[in-house]
Design a protein around this ligand. Structure first.
Ligand SMILES: *Cc1c(COP(=O)(O)O)cnc(C)c1O
Length: 397
């Protein structure tokens, strides 16, 4: 039985039901589709109510930097899907990561992060946070022992992304929970690639889940957004930072993401199935040296991936023979696949990491981390796999 079959904070409602129904609250008009409350502030019946709302004595909306009903609905739906007590929506995925650090850490504390995290997260941890007295040790591989060796007495967060980008390395969430907790730290998982449709880190003991809702939660490349999910105690701290500092999600974006969540499960299932089919086909191409996809038996952590994920996900990377020149030929022959570094869309995208997302890393360091010149990353969408194969075959041939 998959790890996904039991997650729900509403016993009786399955994931698919929660995805369409959780968080919905109808106004007096009885709208069937969720309403978009495009308002920055809220009115009070009298001075006493204003005072009670401001003091927190009476629950309710005050100002949309703090709460807005559309944003609340999206938070509740995502919390239900992650099996989380609390969720705080943020303006972007990076705002979710920054808010987590600002809410939970102080100067003098330390982060252990995998090296293979999102580029902007690496920049934030490696170059911005040190100015505020927060240092990060980056772990170069996915070995649990390497994480254990990197924690210090002042480590507050252990931060991972699994599967990683672009090589789809898989990290053992349950084992890293133990490492983090033994050190008195929290395990934070950026669950952007799998989404709760395929992987629920909180069920495996993780303390917080981070999302770039910009990717699969919206799912159609329309808006930016982010979220932090976890226990109420932790997300309340994140909320206190957010309502004061202001990296709040706009109600419009929350509404788009709320509707995106309704199709999350069907999209992730279909896109993962397409990815597996494409990965198998790529493995059979003579011009392809290697395919990185957790759903393939050839993946070094295939067994672990199948234990903690419902499927391999929708990201496939592969190395073509002939280095950068051969890789660029594949990209330049694409008429269907979109040449963009974005991912999480229903439209399939292709990127050459060594010259785009990882282009600023020194060539030796890039090679050492496995990002070869011939590597291409595909974020598989909903098109027919036959059409995707034909598009790639032109450049491979
Ligand atoms: C895109 C992305 C982010 C950052 O999200 P934004 O919404 O662009 O700020 C963080 N983590 C991962 C894994 C991502 O892919």
């Amino acid at each position: 039985m998959s790890v996904l079959d039991t997650a729900s904070d509403k016993p009786g409602w399955s994931f698919d039901t929660l995805a369409v129904r959780a968080g919905q609250e109808r106004s007096q008009f009885g709208e069937h589709s969720e309403a978009l409350y495009l308002t920055s502030s809220f009115v009070f019946q009298n001075a006493a109510q204003a005072a009670a709302r401001f003091s927190g004595e009476e629950p309710g909306n005050v100002y949309a930097r703090f709460t807005n009903p559309t944003v609340t609905a999206m938070q509740e739906r995502l919390a239900a899907l992650e099996g989380a007590e609390g969720c705080v929506a943020t303006a972007t995925g990076m705002a979710a990561i920054l808010s987590t650090v600002m809410a939970l850490m102080s100067s003098g504390e330390h982060i252990v992060a995998s090296r293979s995290i999102f580029g902007a997260t690496q920049q934030l941890f490696g170059t911005i946070l040190p100015r505020f007295g927060v240092d990060t040790s980056f772990v170069d591989n996915n070995s649990v022992d390497a994480f254990r060796a990197a924690v210090r007495p002042n480590t507050k967060l252990v931060f991972i992304e699994t599967p990683s980008n672009p090589l789809t390395e898989v990290f053992d969430i349950a084992a890293l929970v133990e490492v983090a907790h033994a050190a008195g730290a929290l395990l934070v998982v950026d669950n952007c690639f799998c989404t709760p449709a395929l992987q629920r880190p909180l069920q495996m003991g993780a303390d917080l889940v981070i999302h770039s809702a910009t990717k699969y939660l919206d799912g159609q490349g329309r808006v930016l957004g982010g979220a932090v999910c976890g226990t109420k105690v932790l997300t309340d701290e994140v909320f206190k930072f957010l309502r004061t500092a202001g990296p709040t999600l706009s109600p419009f974006n929350a509404w788009v993401i709320l509707k995106g969540l309704e199709t999350l499960s069907v999209r992730m299932t279909a896109q993962s199935a397409n990815a597996l089919e494409l990965a198998r086909w790529l493995e059979g191409q003579p011009q392809v040296a290697r395919v990185h996809y957790p759903g393939l038996a050839s993946h070094p952590q295939h067994a672990l991936a199948m234990r903690q994920q419902a499927s391999g996900g929708a990201i496939v990377s592969f190395e073509v023979k002939g280095g950068r020149e051969a890789a660029w030929r594949v990209v330049d022959n694409c008429r269907l696949l979109s040449i963009t570094a974005n991912l999480g869309d229903t439209k399939t995208t292709i990127t050459h990491p060594a010259s785009t997302t990882h282009g600023r890393i020194a060539a030796e360091a890039r090679a050492a981390s496995g990002i070869a010149e011939g590597l291409l990353r595909i974020a598989v969408g909903l098109e027919s796999v036959a059409d995707l194969q034909a598009d790639l075959a032109r450049g491979l041939g």
